[in-house]
Design a protein around this ligand. Structure first.
Ligand SMILES: *[C@@H]1O[C@H](CO)[C@@H](O)[C@H](O)[C@H]1NC(C)=O
Ligand SMILES: *[C@@H]1O[C@H](CO)[C@@H](O)[C@H](O)[C@H]1NC(C)=O
Ligand SMILES: *[C@@H]1O[C@H](CO)[C@@H](O)[C@H](O)[C@H]1NC(C)=O
Ligand SMILES: *[C@@H]1O[C@H](CO)[C@@H](O)[C@H](O)[C@H]1NC(C)=O
Ligand SMILES: *[C@@H]1O[C@H](CO)[C@@H](O)[C@H](O)[C@H]1NC(C)=O
Length: 553
């Protein structure tokens, strides 16, 4: 069985007839089941569509519009599932199939084997020459009794469908292969059947498991009635469209018991033992986004700011130029709303450079980048990877999470109100890799900053700070709890939020620990804390790993 994965295509496509025809042929040639929609539009006569004759099932909708052929070549088609609908209503939509000038066009539908539309309705309108076909008893075919049926044209001929539903005995819940009460199809059948069994169906209502129609594919866990236990099913299968398969096809990912083309929101693709599968993200799912700097995307501006929503990594650079912040009358791009810059709160990594040459006047720091930990500097501007210049409103950088500038130097210059940047131990951020020469000229003089009290919080270490307060330290003098420096971990506070001491960080006791008064509530952050354990929870391992990295630059 061949499958064609088909996405949504726009009705008005451009390109020559030949391109259009080849596109359709490439997509559907040899297919029996179309996973997705079947769209045939704007095809003039004389093209050979016999390759569509193999199609038995379409999982989405069928759209036949603005073509000039005389018959829809879909004689084998039995089922339209309508998992997606055209204009949100129609599983089958046939309109305007005749040329503006000329005397031929679609004359008959030719869907003689179509007996089931599982969801959605039918629209057949404005087909000037259509005679045979539309006068089918559509109620017999359309399962959803509330689905719309829009049939409009002149003429009244033809009726050559086999009824499979309305003629059935009342005992049949669905379709039948004869009029007697013994002639009911199996309840899992769609489109009718040739006998009473689940292997006699013309098509399956839900899933096809090696020829038998079943309500769900063989599941991963099955109940053992003897042992009263759930057991792993060695014959479990995944659902792939309307078929049960023991392995997902290449390019598909396992999500639970299904094969999907992309993981759903909130999950990300991982490879486990050579198999691709979807797993829940802890927090925001990783999302890599294109940066700015290319000709069509020179600066962050109001026209592209939404492309940065939920990005965790910028592939490339971020440039903030005056044409982006204040707008570009020439290119008709309006000014950028300062609130919109909040989207950058999710960015943790930039692979190239961060270049800020213009900034909204409402903002006096760069704290929209408060999650940014790494600027890689893979390609540099001159020799710089962090540039902040001529921002008159800037009083502090506010890059509280920045821990590493992997390559390139820092250019922070001509920001007349800027303080705190003098305090930062940039060498530490460079991790000792290569010699770098910063240019930190013509900002507010250090002496003036100190005189005005713009100095680091006492809880910050000598590595400096990004701005005022204990949450802007590059590192802590004592301990850090949730990114803020504290003088001690309150072992003895006794509340559920009691913290404990793990190297330099305070980590809350596990929530199962009973708060103790006047003594520590726990000796570590997990409910059964034991240094000899071979299995450690992954969040603890990553905490330890990041502490280790931090103390071993
Ligand atoms: C309908 O399906 C049957 C069985 O597959 C086939 O023999 C017949 O040719 C089909 N009808 C048309 C018009 O293609
Ligand atoms: C189920 O799939 C098999 C191929 O695996 C196919 O031969 C059979 O016709 C299908 N049955 C139905 C009812 O779609
Ligand atoms: C961003 O992520 C949130 C939370 O995961 C989600 O609800 C939202 O739809 C996402 N927005 C976009 C544009 O991706
Ligand atoms: C900055 O950090 C480096 C590396 O950690 C260290 O060797 C150096 O002494 C620090 N400089 C200052 C002024 O603290
Ligand atoms: C820093 O940049 C300014 C402006 O481009 C320049 O005039 C100055 O010479 C530079 N200083 C150093 C030390 O490179």
């Amino acid at each position: 069985t061949c499958m064609a994965m088909v996405g949504k295509r726009r009705l008005l496509s451009t390109g020559s007839q030949e391109n259009q025809y080849n596109l359709i042929k490439d997509r559907y040639d040899g297919c029996q089941i179309i996973m997705g929609n079947l769209e045939i539009t704007q095809i003039e006569s004389n093209w050979d569509f016999s390759f569509l004759k193999t199609i038995r099932e379409v999982t989405g909708y069928i759209l036949i519009a603005m073509n000039h052929f005389e018959e829809i070549p879909l004689g084998q088609l039995r089922v339209i599932r309508g998992n997606s609908l055209y204009e949100r209503r129609f599983a089958l939509s046939v309109f305007f199939n005749y040329p503006k000038d000329g005397s031929s066009g679609l004359r008959q539908l030719g869907l003689a084997n179509l007996t089931e539309i599982l969801q959605g309705g039918v629209q057949i309108i404005n087909n000037k020459y259509l005679n045979y076909g539309p006068w089918i008893f559509w109620q017999d075919i359309i399962r959803d009794s509330s689905a719309p049926i829009a049939i409009r044209l002149n003429g009244d001929k033809g009726q050559c469908w086999d009824l499979t539903k309305t003629v059935c005995a009342p005992q049949c819940s669905g379709r039948c292969f004869g009029t007697s009460p013994r002639d009911c199809c199996h309840t899992e059948c769609a489109a009718g059947c040739k006998g009473p069994l689940d292997v006699d169906c013309f098509a399956c209502r839900l899933f096809n498991d090696s020829g038998a129609c079943v309500p769900h594919c063989p599941q991963n866990l099955i109940y053992n009635k003897q042992t009263f236990q759930m057991e792993t099913n060695p014959n479990a299968k995944y659902q792939y469209g309307s078929i049960c398969v023991s392995q997902c096809p290449t390019h598909f990912v396992v999500d639970g018991s299904s094969c999907v083309s992309v993981c759903p929101p909130g999950k990300m693709e991982v490879v486990r033992e050579g198999h691709r599968q979807c797993e829940l993200c802890s927090g925001l799912c990783p999302k890599v986004c294109e940066g700015t700097g290319a000709e069509h995307r020179q600066t962050v501006d109001s026209s592209n700011i939404d492309s940065f929503i939920n990005c965790t990594k910028i592939q490339g650079s971020l440039h903030f130029l005056v044409t982006g912040i204040l707008g570009d009358a020439f290119k008709k791009i309006p000014p950028l709303d300062a609130k919109k810059l909040e989207v950058f709160h999710t960015v943790r990594e930039i692979t190239d450079i961060l270049n800020i040459q213009s900034w909204p006047k409402e903002l006096n720091d760069l704290s929209v980048f408060s999650s940014l930990t790494t600027i890689q500097g893979r390609s540099l501007y001159k020799r710089f990877s962090l540039m902040v210049m001529h921002i008159p409103t800037l009083t502090s950088l506010g890059l509280r999470s920045l821990q590493e500038i992997s390559d390139g130097s820092v250019y922070i210059s001509q920001n007349v109100k800027l303080c705190y940047h003098h305090t930062v131990n940039w060498t530490q951020l460079f991790r000792g890799r290569s010699v770098r020469v910063n240019n930190l000229s013509n900002n507010k003089p250090r002496a003036e900053c100190v005189a005005e009290g713009h100095v680091c919080d006492l809880l910050c270490s000598d590595s400096g700070c990004w701005g005022p307060g204990p949450d802007q330290c590059v590192s802590c003098r004592n301990y850090s709890r949730g990114g803020t420096c504290v003088s001690s971990c309150n072992f003895y506070a006794g509340s559920v939020f009691t913290s404990t001491f793990l190297m330099l960080r305070c980590v809350a006791c596990h929530q199962e620990c009973k708060p103790q008064h006047g003594k520590p509530s726990c000796t570590g952050p997990v409910s059964s804390y034991n240094y000899t354990r071979t299995f450690w929870p992954s969040d603890l391992i990553s905490t330890l790993a990041s502490i280790w990295l931090f103390s071993h630059p």
